[in-house]
Design a protein around this ligand. Sequence first.
Ligand SMILES: [Zn+2]
Length: 551
Amino acid sequence: MKRLLLATALLAAPMLAQAADAPKIDPAKLSAHIKVLSSDEFEGRGPATAGEKKAVGYIVDQMKAIGLTPAGDLQKDGKRAWTQNVPLGKFEITGPVSAGVTVGGDRQTWTQGEQIAVRAAMTNVDAVSIKDAPIVFVGYGVKAPERNWDDFKSLDVKGKILVVLINDPDFETGSGDFGGKAMTYYGRWTYKYEEAARLGAAGVLIVHETAPASYGWNTVKNSNTNVMFDIVRKAPAKQHPSLEAWIQRDTAVALFKKAGLDFDALKTQAQSRDFKPVALPGATFSADYKVKHETIVSKNIAGRIVGTKYPNETVIYSGHWDHLGVGAPDARGDKIYNGAVDNADGIAGILELARAFKSRPAPQRSILFLAVTAEEKGLLGSEYYGANPLFPLATTVGDINIDALSAAGPAKDVGTSGDGKVDLQDMLVAKAKLHGRYFTPDPAPQAGHFYRSDHFPFAKRGVPAISIGSGNDLYKGGKEAGEKAEADYTDNRYHQPADEWRADWDLSGQAMDLGLVYEIGADLANSRVWPKWQAGSEFKALRDKTSAQRK
Ligand SMILES: [Zn+2]
């Protein structure tokens, strides 16, 4: 509590000044942007489609009209373009997947989509061929020096297939070194692959369990057995092991049993710091499949206001412009996934924030308005920006990301995706309070939402970052109405062709929420404040390494 009170006291004076004369965000302007961006003409804004050209054209035109300065790739003439090219690798398994284990002398075949879900390899190979690789259970597969935790001990994983549990070691017990039920980054499946690649393992089999994963096998199957995308990397094998796959829990239990081991007992052992990797005696894994790979180029869009006093220090507002494009028809025969809420409304938000900032004298620090691509393909536009920043990350003050704000009307509360343990979140809490509103913490931190939005590629590189989320406690109808509206969106519109613009939306709630993030950005852009990660954050140590560059 002490930390929060201190932060509030320090910021109270500028906040009050801002609150009194902050420019108003116009809901009608938000609606007009969303209507265009989510129209059928934009074909669901799939990256590297005709819809991308239209979306990028619209956003650039708006940024020009608002009076931003182009902030994209540096051109040969020394000027910046409005866009940043984002080359993406596209990877697809062609032909059948042969996979299985030999254990206790028996060969068992695993069927793609049933016992196992193998992703197309993203290491630029034409085929993956693994023959009789030894299998080792490595618990949660976590190496967290700041928590004095290492599941690998001194195991040499080269050439081996690792069986890994999803989520982090204290998920089941609810208390421990990894935030209890809440998921740290060590619990995310992306982390499991990354750590295995860093150590040089041949492959990873993540054991799917519904509660710790927070989604069912169908989600795993659907999102892993189709076309994969990644940013083009200089050394992809440092990011991805050759084989990345999930297996069903029952499949794992049977495999362990056949190898003379007890899956549940080993899982319990893995919840302890003393856990040591366990080889599956006499068990080997084999797989063979072909991969087609090509490169496509999509674009991030970047416009900025150059700071008057500290132009090299940058506050970022981000949001993804892409959506799912054209796909399977719904019951109405509609094939266009318009993505009005997800995330035409976030783009409308950053455009209107830009207009608000341009209506005031330029701030001391620079503000970057960044519309990123390929969020729906795995946060790739923001990942590309993080790996190839247009402005240095060490002097990036913070990123406030806007994704899928609610169109259900104004709420008394506001939230974030996941619990960030970062000062930006406390600033949002304080701003909400200042306006007679309140902050609602993420009700399901175990789902790891903090790691599933475009602010995360900034966070994992140490840049303080949050994604703002709408509250559900509506002024009209309270929580009951808000939760009903959210459930209606999730069930009937989210990632479906019916996520469409509506004339009867009440966007005054979005305007209010954008007003809060305007004030946070204005405070930061006109101060010497560097928001920090707080104790217990897995990103604090990384940020601290560059602290000498922030005076
Ligand atoms: Zn989405």
